[in-house]
Design a protein around this ligand. Structure first.
Ligand SMILES: Cc1ncc(COP(=O)(O)O)c(C=O)c1O
Length: 465
C-alpha cells in the first residue's frame, strides 16, 4: 500500500479509494483535508500512475511540505531486507556451481561474526583507533550561504566527512572489516580490484596491519589516471597487477585469480556488487556511516536529516549512508551518478559479475563501457539493493556532467577549504539543482566520501584544457 504523509499526519490506507485520485483535484483536496482522510493507492499501480498522483498532489498543495511514505507489505519488507541476497528480482548468485559452496561458507562465516562479541569489539576498536571514526558531521556554513536565495533562505548543508578516514575514503570501513574476516577464515592472500585506487589503498593498509599478503588488480588506464594511489599501494606492501582496460576488467581478473586459489585466497570486494553475500557484507560494514549520521543529527539539531545525497559508482558509499534510513519515509535518499556511467538512471536489467542489477548494456546485452572524470564511478553494473530501491521509488537517482563535478570540486575547495574526491564532487554538484527546490532550513547531508588529493592533477589538466 502507498500512503501519504501530509502536514505531519499519516493518512490511513483505504485500498478501494484509488479512483479518488483520478476523479478531480477537488475530490483529492477534500479527502486530504478531512482529518484521517485517505490518500491511498494499491501497490499494483504502475510507476507512471504513481508519478501522476504525485504530480497531482504537488499541484494541489503547492505551498505545503509534502512527503511520500510507504507502508511496506510483507513481500516488500522481505525484499528490502535482502532475503537470501535477493532484493525483489535483483541480486542472487549467478555463478558456476563450483563456487556455490565457497560463497555459502563465506555467508555463514559472515553471519557468525555479526553476532560474535569478540569480533565486533575488535572491529569497533579498529574503526576508532585505526580508521579514525567517528567521522565528523560538518556544517558547511559557506556552502550553505552560497545556496541561499535572494531572500536569505535555503537548506542547511552538512558534510559527512568520510574523507577523513584513514586512507582518505569510506573504503576503509569495509576493507578493515573484511580483512579481519579473511584472517579468521585462515586465508592469507587478499585479492582486490580497484578503480580510483581508494579501495586498493584501504585494502593494502588493512592487509599490512593484519599481516596478510595483498594483491590489487587495477585497469591500465586507471593506473595512469590515479598513479599517486598506485605508489601508495606499493608503499603499503601490496602487489599491484595492471590489467588491460578499466575497473570492470580489473574486477574480472581479480575474480579469476580468487577462483584459481579458493583455499588460500579471499576476494575482498569494495563495491556492493557481485554474488551474494558480497553486496550484503559491503553494505553491513559501510552502514556505520548512516548510523553515525543519525546519532550526530540528533545531537546537532535534535532530529533526522531531511535529505541524504551520495555519489553512486557501484553503490557502497550511498548504501552506507542510506541503509540506516531506509524505513524513515520522511528522509529523501538521492544517488548521483556520472553522465556517462549512469547505470541506475539509464541502464536496463541484466546479469553481471554474478548478480542481477541495472546494467549499462546495448540491445544485444553487451556492456557499454562507462566513462567518468570520477574514476571510481566507472562501473557498468550497480548494487542490487539500490536497483530495488529505485524500482520501489524509495531512492531517487540523477546524473551530473564531468564539468558540473569539476565546478563542484572547485567550489568546495574555495568555499570550505576542503578538497573532495571527484567521485564525491558528483554528489556536491547535484546541490546546484537540488537546493533551489528545498524549503528554508531543510537539513541536507552529503556524503563526502573521499578526499581529492588523487584528483588534483586531473582537475588542473581539465582547467588548462
Ligand atoms: C572515493 C570514491 N568514491 C566513490 C566511489 C564509487 O564507489 P561506490 O559507489 O561503491 O561508493 C569510489 C570507488 O572506487 C571511490 O574511490
Amino acid at each position: 500500500m502507498m500512503a501519504c504523509k501530509f502536514q505531519n499526519k499519516y493518512f490511513i490506507s483505504r485500498p478501494t479509494s484509488r479512483e479518488l485520485f483520478f476523479s478531480s483535484n477537488a475530490t483529492l483536496s477534500r479527502n486530504l483535508q478531512k482529518p484521517g482522510g485517505a490518500l491511498v493507492v494499491n501497490c499494483s499501480v504502475g510507476k507512471t500512475e504513481l508519478q501522476e498522483i504525485h504530480n497531482l498532489v504537488l499541484k494541489t498543495f503547492p505551498k505545503e511540505k509534502f512527503l511520500w511514505s510507504t507502508n511496506l507489505d510483507n513481500e516488500t519488507q522481505k525484499n528490502i531486507d535482502g532475503h537470501n541476497g535477493k532484493f525483489g528480482i535483483f541480486g542472487g548468485k549467478f555463478v558456476p556451481e563450483t563456487l556455490i559452496a565457497c560463497l555459502d561458507e563465506l555467508e555463514s562465516a559472515f553471519n557468525s561474526i555479526l553476532l560474535d562479541f569478540e569480533f565486533q569489539m575488535e572491529l569497533m576498536t579498529a574503526l576508532r583507533d585505526y580508521a579514525g571514526r567517528e567521522t565528523p558531521l560538518y556544517f558547511a556554513k559557506r556552502l550553505t550561504d552560497h545556496y541561499k536565495s535572494a531572500a536569505g533562505t535555503g537548506p542547511d548543508i552538512y558534510l559527512k566527512r568520510e574523507d577523513l578516514n584513514h586512507g582518505g575514503s569510506h573504503n576503509m570501513n569495509n576493507a578493515i572489516g573484511q580483512a579481519m574476516l579473511a584472517k579468521r577464515l585462515g586465508r592469507n592472500t587478499i585479492v582486490a580490484a580497484t578503480g580510483s585506487g581508494q579501495h586498493g589503498v584501504a585494502t593494502a593498509a588493512a592487509c599490512a596491519k593484519l599481516d596478510l599478503k595483498c594483491m590489487v588488480f587495477m585497469g591500465s588506464k586507471d593506473t595512469e589516471r590515479q598513479y599517486s594511489n598506485v605508489v601508495l599501494m606499493k608503499h603499503l606492501g601490496a602487489e599491484v597487477k595492471c590489467v588491460e582496460g578499466g575497473f570492470k576488467d580489473a574486477s574480472s581478473e581479480a575474480f579469476r585469480c580468487w577462483v584459481s586459489n579458493l583455499e588460500a585466497s579471499y576476494l575482498l570486494s569494495g563495491s556492493a556488487v557481485g554474488p551474494h553475500p558480497c553486496p550484503k557484507m559491503v553494505c553491513e560494514f559501510q552502514s556505520v556511516i548512516g548510523k553515525e549520521t543519525r546519532k550526530q543529527a540528533m545531537e546537532k539539531w535534535g532530529g533526522k536529516p531531511d535529505v541524504l545525497v551520495a555519489c553512486v559508482g557501484s553503490g557502497s558509499n550511498a548504501l552506507g549512508l542510506f541503509h540506516e534510513f531506509l524505513r524513515d519515509d520522511d528522509v529523501r535518499l538521492i544517488g548521483v551518478e556520472g553522465e556517462h556511467s549512469a547505470t541506475l538512471e539509464r541502464g536496463d536489467i541484466g546479469v553481471y559479475h554474478g548478480a542481477m542489477s541495472y546494467l549499462l548494456q546495448d540491445e544485444e546485452g553487451q556492456i557499454i563501457e562507462p566513462r567518468s572524470i570520477g574514476v571510481g564511478l566507472e562501473y557498468p553494473g550497480v548494487s542490487p539493493e539500490l536497483s530495488y530501491l529505485k524500482d520501489l521509488g524509495r531512492a531517487e537517482f540523477y546524473s551530473v556532467t564531468d564539468q558540473e563535478a569539476i565546478e563542484a570540486y572547485e567550489r568546495l575547495c574555495k568555499l570550505e577549504g576542503i578538497i573532495p574526491a571527484l567521485e564525491a564532487s558528483h554528489a556536491l554538484a547535484f546541490l546546484q539543482k537540488l537546493c533551489p527546490t528545498l524549503a528554508d532550513g531543510t537539513k541536507v547531508v552529503v556524503n563526502l566520501n573521499g578526499r581529492g588529493d588523487k584528483d588534483a592533477t586531473i582537475v588542473a589538466n581539465h582547467i588548462l584544457d
